[in-house]
Design a protein around this ligand. Structure first.
Ligand code: CO
Length: 464
């Protein structure tokens, strides 16, 4: 019998430090270990996307494109992977197609091999342009399913979605379980079902938040998953991924070939330990994120959302309403057509639930984002929203039926015009288009070391 094998993606350089250390690892802290990482037998390294881009510009005084090029120079064997939020790219709003295409093309040109593309609502229309652009640029397009649970999110629903993504041209698929709620049993069933239905490789991504992730991976591997996402031990566990070394040892012991060199993994862990300890010492890592939080499983609500709700209520002096709000969340989510509780929908559903409870008059106050969501401007809700709820939220206003980005005019001309004084390359213009404020300050400072960056409002990124 052919020996079973599994590939690994290492997340320490993206999701690992994003989930534990607010994405604060600097390029100079990565460089000394890149050659070893490249020799260790990983299929891929996740290095870019999510908050890495914004954090580079805003806090680390680094050019994210330069980080990517530096990593690429050292990494010859493993593939480099990034995370992309479909038509939202790295942000929370839809970008026009011309901007999406240029961003994807430049990402591949600067060194990305695989782009993992997902949409918070699992609306395939929001992935299409990015998938096509990735392939056209010579990169691999990986379509990711945002995993969630609800009465409509059955395994059959996800299998249908997997088929649609394969038809759109995805080179591989991922199950993206950002909340860490995929159970071992359902991992086995879902991976089996998807593998039966499609011919392209399947990667599984989960978080250790609720304490079951390594069991989930074992079952996913048994069911035939091709790749799993893990983090080297100093940046593993808690809200990050299970530890690479532990998974590798357990799987090898079961007769599964991992291709990983455990001696080199040890070296990599030894290298990252003092960096992790420094983050703990200076408070960048809050030890709370390392705890096991089974509540996420109980409420089916991501851990980050629970703590956000509690702090919103505490700020309003209404912490005693916490349980009422927790009961309201699933109601609001059902009424809004069961959106996956991932950024930005998790914040939106949370805020609406808080408003419903505090005003004691449901949907009397509605945030603008919820109105836009109901109008279809984020994409199609997983289940239809009833006429009654629609009327309560947007009255007689029209719901769009087209792909949201179809309503957008090309964006690049304006970005080229507004950034011409401080942008020197397409990469600069893309940084500026994505994060106007922080990119402008970074680029002006690059030109003039005495440029004075004004004090900025800080927003905390909570997407994993
Ligand atoms: Co993640």
């Amino acid at each position: 019998m052919e020996k079973k094998s599994i590939k690994f993606m290492e997340t320490a350089l993206r999701d690992g430090h994003q989930s534990l250390a607010a994405t604060r690892m600097k390029t100079e802290q990565m460089v000394p270990i890149l050659d070893t990482l490249d020799q260790a037998g990983y299929y891929s390294l996740e290095v870019w996307g999510g908050a890495t881009f914004d954090t580079c510009l805003r806090y680390l005084n680094e050019d994210p494109w330069e980080r990517l090029r530096v990593i690429r120079k050292h990494v010859k064997n493993s593939k480099l992977q990034m995370l992309l939020r479909g038509q939202n790219l790295l942000g929370y709003k839809n970008y026009a197609d011309d901007f999406v295409k240029l961003f994807v093309k430049k990402s591949v040109e600067n060194g990305i091999d695989i782009i993992r593309i997902f949409d918070a609502l699992n609306d395939p229309r929001n992935l299409r342009v990015a998938i096509e652009a990735a392939k056209k640029a010579g990169g691999q397009a990986q379509a990711a399913i945002s995993y969630t649970t609800s009465e409509i999110h059955t395994n059959k629903y996800f299998v249908d979605l997997a088929r649609q993504y394969e038809k759109l041209g995805a080179d591989s698929l991922a199950i993206k379980d950002m909340a860490g709620i995929l159970t071992p049993k359902n991992a086995y069933e879902l991976v089996s079902d998807i593998k039966d239905a499609v011919d392209i490789p399947l990667e599984v991504h989960t978080h250790a938040t609720s304490g079951i992730a390594s069991m989930t991976y074992l079952e996913a591997v048994k069911a035939g998953a091709d790749i799993i996402d893990t983090a080297i031990s100093p940046f593993a566990s808690g809200t990050s991924q299970p530890a690479t070394e532990s998974m590798a040892i357990a799987l090898e012991d079961m007769g599964v070939d991992t291709g990983l060199d455990t001696k080199l993994l040890q070296e990599i862990a030894d290298y990252f330990k003092p960096i992790r300890d420094q983050f703990l010492a200076d408070g960048t890592i809050n030890p709370k994120v390392l705890e096991v939080e089974p509540k996420a499983l109980e409420y089916q609500v991501p851990g980050g959302m629970l703590s956000n709700l509690l702090s919103q209520l505490t700020d309003a002096g209404q912490a005693d309403k916490y349980d009422d709000v927790l009961r309201e969340v699933p109601k609001v989510r059902a009424e809004l057509g069961f959106p996956p509780l991932v950024t930005p929908l998790s914040q939106m559903v949370g805020t609406q639930s808080v408003m419903n409870v505090l005003t004691n008059d449901r949907y009397k106050m509605v945030p603008n984002e919820i109105k836009e969501y109901v109008k279809g401007l984020y994409g199609k809700s997983p289940a239809p929203i009833t006429k009654e709820i629609k009327e309560k939220i947007i009255g007689n206003e029209e719901v769009i039926q087209c792909r949201p980005a179809d309503l957008l005019d090309p964006q690049l001309p304006e970005i080229y015009e507004n950034g011409k004084d401080f942008c020197e390359s397409d990469e600069d213009f893309l940084s500026f288009g994505l994060f106007p404020q922080s990119a402008e300050h970074y680029l002006k400072k690059r030109k003039d070391p005495f440029y004075d960056v004004p004090i900025q409002n800080i927003t905390v990124e909570t997407e994993f």
